[in-house]
Write a protein that binds this ligand. Structure first.
Ligand code: ZN
Length: 1151
């Protein structure tokens, strides 16, 4: 039968026909086991072996598809009791599997060859040992093992582990046999359960007997032994055993010996394998301690430093660096507590809320260094889920977060408050009831108290600086009825006594006049320093910045209430920022910045502790912290609106560790920074490290730079924030993060963001910020200037939505066009305009959202025909800053209640979340009066993605994403939610449609976007996210984003709304929350409408590809869970998957 099958081949190839014929004879012998013709079998297998050894084409023949050659061979192996026949068959298999890649081995495995071999191994070990047989079996097992996913389990269940260990033990001097045994052990030990078992059988001792100091002999053997050892040491139990027996110093000594003697770097692979063993040993706490005790830091530091110049030794440097970082003793942050420096007494503290929790902890508990490795169980989910960034769908690796309950997804029409209660919001909607007389066509303008301020006054001004600062008395928080006194604002630049000739020379337009200060009053404040003051005439930025006015800014600052009662004004906010004309490309990262430079400098802190100054130069926790004036230290300050530097420590002459303050009434959330630096030396490279960052990755690793503002440059006519800094990277550091501030997860660390800056000017004062600052006072100034742009065609009204917890006003704007006349027709058109509701800056650290809003507002107030047309089309309700208190006080995420306001929309508390409570109530009022907004959009910033994009809400796309059987739910959904993003992607260069998502996640169910969609019934309810970094598509591809682009985005958003108007039927305009718009479908690209199998908009993969220079985020105490973070290029063998080793797989593993 078998021969017939192969007849055609037999006819064409003579050689082939002979081997096939022989196999046929063999098969017949196998089929009749009674006829034990040992000699015949032996003879036939010998002939087959000979043919196969001499003719490659016969091997192909045997292994060809449809051939049963392998079955015959394996059957012979299984059934024969004859040693010579067994050896023949093993040799045949060896020949067959040597070439042909994985396919032939795959055939062998699929026919059950592994188990037959393993059984043969075990049974042979019972007889007097035959070395040749053992050699053949192990050689074959080594070929087969890596290709068999269940090899490890099969070997253990067949009892093969000990046979191989014993073979190796008894043949330590017999390298010919020892090598294949070790190779097989290496494969066995890839399975963690096997590793434990092998450890008990003495495999560890065995490896330590084989490895040793430098030798040019037996390097292959050594390499295999080291790799086996490294695999065995992945087991915690084995690692403890090895550490207990003092093997860490042994391995370090061996590594040093190879490092010294392998001068021509021929054995880099062996050296890396030694490090691999050390790396696995230091996964346990005991190992890290032994490593430190054995002087491991210094040894690896010194050897790596010597390796640095040789690029080919990078793997050694990288692995050493990884081990050193892991073993670097964990420290707590040098702070008395991680709670914010400032507390704000809340009107009420909700039991069980975050603030109650925060202040119920005894002092010190919040900040315990956790260096144990007892809690791996909690570390399975490291890195993924602690992020709290708004709308970061990209970071989730599973779909768990996506809402699957269709009923929950469907918009809910719920009336949470009776209309009588909502009626008070009528005062924010006067345009719907107001009657216009013909002589009454003036915009209502601002209903805020008019400012007595005269913008035309010009004061000589005193410039803020860090120079010569004296500790100031911190003022108690102001009460509501005592407005900030003018003289409590100190804007001073003192020039250390005599005017500096350089400064006077370089700042030609400075008018030095010590007699005048801002207020001219006597007493404390600037006057005291009047003799030393440099008073300058402010350059006229008004020409460059139509909406900016320094004097007006100061006026606005006076009404701004901050928790620390700030008395200083930051220069950039005062002077304003003129968008740069230069293009600022996304930075390309230089090779090895992180692993070769920064991390080594960090490790040197431990190696050369005497080089470390550790000098505190700025400390909010200790207000009496002396300001050193030794000329050797930078001077820091951030006691101004939106500032949030907590502490600065001089580490080396030109290096500083900086610590950011937590959000008020919180113990974490820091990413945003804004601070001032003075007393710098020009031309020197300063390194700054922000050491308490929390996010696990950052756009700082992908080309984003920090922003810097130079006062000297401003005075010289370039008042602007500029992207700056080199050698920027972001990586995990050795500062331990309390589990209380890390969502209960233990063993977490902070991250460092490091950047290097060279200052150009002497006697400069510079500011650094995470992103372009935009303070609350700036907003108020802009609004005042905007109201001045009002014409008789524009209806502009500014109301106070409410007062914030901190006593600041939250502005609400209404912008539309005045009715054309008081005729009924025109008044009716006026009142029937659909509402567009916009908000921004709920997250204080997302300053980009304010710049986008500024662009929108300016466009809406402009005189262009498009703007007029837009105003005639809609009534805009705009809350430009939902979280003024957070912005003022330098928070990154929260309000004064210590909570993320964009998680409070479901059930906002009137006392604790007033802006959200009243914004939502206003929306409820609009809905109750039949004016549900056509569009709602909340502007945000995104720290880990590029471009500008939107999140929306779609039942269908959410359901599709969860792969729920969609045929059950016959959904009819208006696709109108896609129109606006689609329009924007066609118009706005920074906007990327492919980054948009319309999936509703459970974790986002309390955000503005989802609540407004679900409860208010706004179908086009969006979050618009702007990058903090830059763009990777469109006109701005490869460039960092600036305020010009952000403002342009805000304007384009408005143009998009205008176009949306054209796609909206008159019917919808009157009743715009339920109808499917046929016209809108014209715009919809059929390809972009998701079909059931693949919605294109939901992106699950990481925000960025893995960085080439490996950022080891796992370098902490996660023993067995440590995935292979560093790709091992030397070792690309496919090892059995340890995860397949479970009781479940046991049954089908035995063949
Ligand atoms: Zn946000």
């Amino acid at each position: 039968m078998w021969q017939e099958m192969n007849k055609p081949k037999m006819a064409t190839e003579k050689g082939a026909s002979r081997v096939l014929m022989l196999l046929g004879q063999l098969e017949r012998l196998n089929e009749e086991p009674k006829v034990s013709d040992t000699d015949a079998t032996r003879q036939i297998t010998g002939k087959i072996l000979h043919i196969i050894q001499t003719q490659e084409k016969t091997r192909k023949e045997v292994m060809s598809k449809g051939s049963s050659g392998m079955d015959v061979i394996l059957s012979t192996l299984e059934n024969t009791g004859d040693l010579q026949t067994t050896l023949n068959v093993l040799s045949i298999l060896n020949e067959l599997l040597t070439v042909g890649g994985g396919r032939r081995t795959g055939v062998f495995v699929s026919k059950g060859g592994t188990a037959i071999l393993l059984q043969l191994l075990v049974s042979s070990s019972k007889d007097p040992l035959n070395e040749e047989l053992m050699l053949h079996i192990h050689t074959l097992l080594f070929k087969v093992g890596p290709k068999d996913r269940k090899f490890g389990v099969k070997a253990r269940l067949n009892g093969a582990l000990n046979v191989t260990v014993n073979q190796a033990k008894h043949n330590l001097q017999n390298h010919k046999l020892l090598l294949p045994c070790l190779q097989v052990l290496r494969v066995y030990s890839g399975n963690l359960v096997n590793a434990v078992s092998l450890g008990k059988s003495g495999a560890l001792e065995l490896m330590f007997e084989i490895i040793g100091p430098f030798s040019k002999k037996s390097t292959t053997l050594l390499k295999v032994a080291l790799d086996t050892l490294a695999a065995l040491l992945k087991s915690k139990m084995n690692a403890r055993w090895a550490v207990d027996r003092g093997y860490i110093p042994t391995l370090l000594a061996i590594y040093q010996d190879w490092h010294r003697n392998d001068t021509r770097h021929r054995h880099m692979i062996i050296r890396k394998s030694i490090l691999g063993c050390i790396k696995n040993l230091t996964n346990i706490k005991l190992g890290r301690k032994a490593f430190i005790d054995a002087n491991g830091m210094r040894i690896l530091y010194n050897t790596s430093t010597e390796c640095l110049p040789v690029r080919t030794l990078d793997p050694l440097v990288n692995t050493s660096s990884l081990i050193m970082r892991k073993c670097f003793p964990k420290n707590r942050l040098p702070l008395p507590t991680i709670k914010s420096v400032y507390q704000y007494p809340l009107p009420r503290i909700l039991a069980g809320g975050p603030v109650a929790q925060l202040y119920s902890l005894p002092p010190g508990v919040d900040d315990v260094v956790d260096e144990s490795d007892e809690n791996e169980a909690t570390e399975v989910d490291t890195e993924n889920d602690t992020e709290n960034e708004d709308d970061e769908t990209g970071h989730k690796t599973q779909n768990d977060d996506i809402e699957t309950d269709i009923n929950k997804l469907r918009p809910r029409q719920m009336q949470s408050r009776p209309f009588d209660e909502l009626r008070v919001y009528e005062r924010f909607c006067l345009e719907f009831t107001q009657y216009f007389k013909d002589n009454d066509f003036q915009s209502p303008g601002s209903v805020m108290p008019p400012s007595s301020f005269d913008p035309n006054r010009h004061h000589p001004l005193i410039i803020p600086t860090t120079q010569n600062r004296r500790p100031k008395n911190i003022q108690p928080p102001r009460s509501n009825d005592s407005p900030l006194e003018l003289d409590s604002i100190s804007i001073s630049k003192t020039l250390e006594g005599k005017p500096n000739p350089d400064l006077a020379c370089s700042l030609g337009q400075l008018v030095l006049d010590g007699d005048v200060s801002v207020n001219g009053e006597s007493g404390d404040g600037p006057q005291e320093e009047s003799g030393d003051q440099a008073v300058i005439e402010v350059p006229d930025t008004a020409a460059l910045l139509p909406l900016h006015d320094p004097d007006l800014y100061l006026e606005m600052v006076k009404g701004t209430r901050s928790v620390p009662a700030y008395t200083e004004v930051a220069y950039p906010d005062y002077f304003g920022h003129v968008a740069l004309n230069l293009r600022e490309p996304i930075l390309e990262r230089a090779y090895g910045v992180q692993s070769r430079t920064k991390i080594f400098q960090d490790i040197e802190r431990l190696i050369h502790p005497s080089d470390i100054l550790d000098r505190v130069v700025y400390d909010l926790d200790n207000q009496s912290c002396p300001i050193l004036d030794n000329g050797e230290s930078l001077k820091f300050n951030s006691k101004f609106e939106s500032g949030n530097l907590r502490k600065a420590i001089q580490i080396r002459k030109f290096e500083y560790d900086l610590i950011l303050n937590s959000d008020i009434n919180s113990n974490h959330y820091h990413q945003w920074f804004y601070f001032e630096v003075g007393n710098m030396r020009p031309g020197v490279r300063y390194r700054f490290n922000i050491i308490n960052c929390e996010k696990s990755n950052s756009q700082f690793n992908y080309g984003m730079q920090v922003l810097m503002y130079s006062v000297q440059e401003a005075i010289n006519g370039s008042p602007q924030w500029v992207r700056t800094g080199s050698d920027i990277c972001y990586y995990k550091n050795h500062f331990s993060r309390s589990s209380i501030a890390a969502g209960g997860q233990k063993g977490k660390s902070y991250f460092s963001m490091t950047f290097t800056v060279t200052f150009q000017q002497k006697d400069d004062v510079c500011y650094f910020a995470y992103h372009y600052p935009y303070t609350y006072s700036t907003l108020k100034m802009h609004l005042q200037k905007l109201s001045g742009l009002c014409t008789s065609e524009i209806y502009y009204r500014q109301d106070e939505l409410c007062e914030t917890l901190g006593g600041n006003s939250c502005p609400l704007l209404t912008i539309t066009a005045m009715p054309e006349s008081s005729s009924n027709e025109h008044i009716s058109q006026f009142r029937s305009r659909p509402v567009v509701f916009l908000s921004s800056r709920v997250h204080p650290g997302e300053t980009n959202s304010s710049w986008v809003m500024k662009g929108s507002l300016e466009f809406l107030m402009s005189s262009s025909p498009q703007a007029q047309s837009l105003r005639e089309s809609y009534i805009f309700k705009i809350i430009p800053m939902l979280n003024p208190d957070g912005v003022i006080n330098g928070n990154h995420r929260c309000s004064l209640s210590g909570e993320d306001l964009n998680r409070q929309w479901q059930n906002p508390n009137a006392e604790l979340h007033p802006t959200i409570y009243h914004a939502k109530s206003l929306l409820q009022y609009l809905r109750a009066t039949g004016r549900t907004p056509l569009v709602f959009c909340d502007y945000h910033g995104h720290s880990r993605k590029k471009n500008v994009f939107m999140y929306g809400c779609s039942v269908k796309e959410t359901v599709w994403q969860t792969n729920v059987n969609t045929s059950n739910c016959d959904l009819h959904e208006d696709l109108g939610y896609r129109t606006l993003p689609k329009l924007l992607s066609q118009m706005a260069p920074a906007f990327s449609l492919s980054s948009c998502s319309f999936v509703v996640e459970r974790s986002k169910e309390a955000t503005a976007r989802v609540v407004v969609w679900r409860e208010i019934g706004v179908q086009r309810s969006y979050t618009m996210e702007s990058t903090l970094c830059g763009c990777d598509q469109g006109k701005y591809k490869g460039l960092q984003i600036g305020t010009r682009e952000l403002e342009e985005m805000g304007a384009q958003f408005c143009v998009g709304l205008l176009r949306l108007r054209r796609f909206t039927t008159p019917l919808e305009l009157h009743n715009h929350n339920s109808h499917l718009l046929d016209m809108e479908n014209d715009l919809k690209d059929p390809r972009s409408i998701p079909n059931i199998t693949s919605p294109t908009t939901y992106v699950l993969e990481e925000d960025e590809p893995a960085f080439l220079e490996e950022v080891d985020y796992s370098a902490e105490s996660n023993d067995e869970n440590d995935p292979d973070f560093e790709p091992d290029l030397q070792d690309n063998r496919v090892l059995p998957d340890p995860s397949s080793d479970s009781e479940l797989s046991r049954q089908d593993s035995l063949t």
